[in-house]
Design a protein around this ligand. Structure first.
Ligand code: PLP
Length: 425
């Protein structure tokens, strides 16, 4: 089939806009009449800096990122950020404790008593909190434990505990066991595999009347740019580019600058070793990446260029930016869920209704006695109509329709129509 014959609903890497790819094909051969392609220009060139700075400016514009946040383009995927978030925010926590103990003196405490006090604070109070609501937050928590030990990890909630060992819900906030002074509270705002999305920012993670709140880190790999968010509620957000922004290869981190120097400089490697804590590989150290405008080492400027083109297109398409995109995402999701819900005998959405993802729509086809045969037939007939990438994740089975930004409205309409037609066939 040709590209225009299919609508692809794969979970990632996702479909990219055809017009962006057509322009990119030209840019790969000859960028801005330089005779050299975008992937061949030096990452140290002005041209590369322009690509990075424009992409940052457009992302900030799309998401209303406040001025006191830094945007980093990093390597290592979402998985790399499972490690990086823990390393960096534990580093920031240690620095805060060090300042409390040593009266704001930067650098290593020279007084052995102060170091001892810091070691006690680490041993007794250092916690990383995780909310486990699906496979991806579970992986992040496992990495936190691998790096820092289970004594420093607090599973503040785990949806499997109240849902028969399965994901598909978000535990009521009143049951969350948050630590008092956690280095970070981590959650995944959209669980790509399980089809679970936080319907709103959790109330218990909002700042109190004194303006102080927990240090919140969110994995938004699969729902970034599909909804309006209040960036100021987060200390850090990260997302791989490969769902809503561009090809795989770049991970974006949006982090409040107060977690970077000069306010909270990372503790030295020597001090962390004295405290028995790990230090990040240099490539995962946020302050190093920030200081170098994401060019500490060779970054794929081609990938950033595509991200920039996708963002520019979003801004051209929707004058009210991500709000406009959200209205479209919501509309597409509603079309598909309405079609599924119209046939409760034939389809069953896997997660519970209150936490259904607008982005990864996971359901079973319960038509007839043999579910697997029904799902096979659904997938085969879908492919015959140009609806591809619908097979569910191996851990969950069933069908998963990923409704990322590049899936056009007509694609969602076509899928909804097919869901209805299959049910009555
Ligand atoms: N977090 C979420 C929500 C994801 O969907 C994914 C990948 O699909 C990841 C993290 C892992 O990202 P990566 O494969 O880039 O390491």
């Amino acid at each position: 089939p040709s590209r225009s014959d299919i609508t692809y609903f794969g979970a990632g890497p996702a479909l990219l806009p055809t017009d962006v790819l057509e322009e990119a094909a030209k840019a790969l051969l000859n960028y801005h009449d330089t005779g050299l392609g975008i992937a061949e220009h030096s990452h140290r060139s002005q041209l590369a800096a322009d690509v990075i700075n424009q992409a940052k400016a457009d992302l900030a514009s799309c998401l209303d990122i406040p001025d006191d946040y830094e945007i980093l383009f990093m390597h290592g995927g979402g998985t790399g950020q499972f490690s990086a978030t823990a390393y960096n925010l534990v580093g920031a926590w240690v620095t805060r404790k060090q300042q409390e103990i040593s009266g704001g003196i930067q650098g290593d405490p020279t007084d052995p008593k102060a170091t001892q006090q810091l070691k006690e604070a680490v041993d007794n109070n250092l916690k990383i909190d995780y909310l486990i609501t699906g496979g991806w937050s579970q992986k992040a928590a496992a990495e936190g434990e691998r790096l820092f030990g289970s004594e420093h990890v607090n599973i503040a909630a785990d949806s499997r505990e109240t849902n028969g060992g399965k994901f598909g819900t978000i535990p009521d906030e009143s049951t969350w066991k948050l630590s008092k002074d956690a280095a970070l509270v981590y959650f995944c705002s959209n669980e790509t595999v399980d089809g679970v999305e936080f319907p709103a920012f959790p109330k218990s993670l909002l700042p109190g009347p004194d303006g102080k709140g927990p240090i919140v880190v969110a994995d938004m790999s699969s729902n970034i740019l599909t909804q309006k968010i209040s960036v100021e509620n987060f200390s850090a957000i990260f997302f791989g580019a490969q769902k809503n922004l561009g090809p795989a290869g770049i991970t974006v981190v949006v982090i409040k600058r107060s977690f970077l120097p000069p306010i909270t400089s990372q503790p030295s490697a020597r001090l962390m070793r004295q405290l028995g804590l790990p230090i990040p590989p240099i490539i995962f150290q946020y302050e190093t990446i920030a200081k170098n405008n994401s060019l500490y080492n060779t970054l794929s400027i081609f990938d950033v260029y595509i991200i920039g083109q996708v963002l520019a297109k979003l801004l051209r398409t929707y004058p009210d930016k991500v709000e406009g995109q959200q209205a479209m995402s919501d509309k597409k999701a509603r079309l598909v869920y309405d079609a599924i819900d119209a046939f409760p005998e034939i389809y069953k959405v896997i997660p519970s209704k209150a936490v259904r993802s607008r982005v990864n729509i996971c359901f079973r086809v319960t038509k007839g006695d043999d579910i697997e045969a029904a799902e096979r037939a659904f997938l085969e007939e879908g492919i015959a109509q140009g609806l591809t990438g619908l097979k569910g994740h191996r851990s969950l089975g069933g069908i998963r329709a990923s409704n990322y930004n590049s899936v056009p409205l007509e694609g969602a309409e076509k899928l909804a129509k097919f869901i209805r037609a299959f049910a009555t066939s």
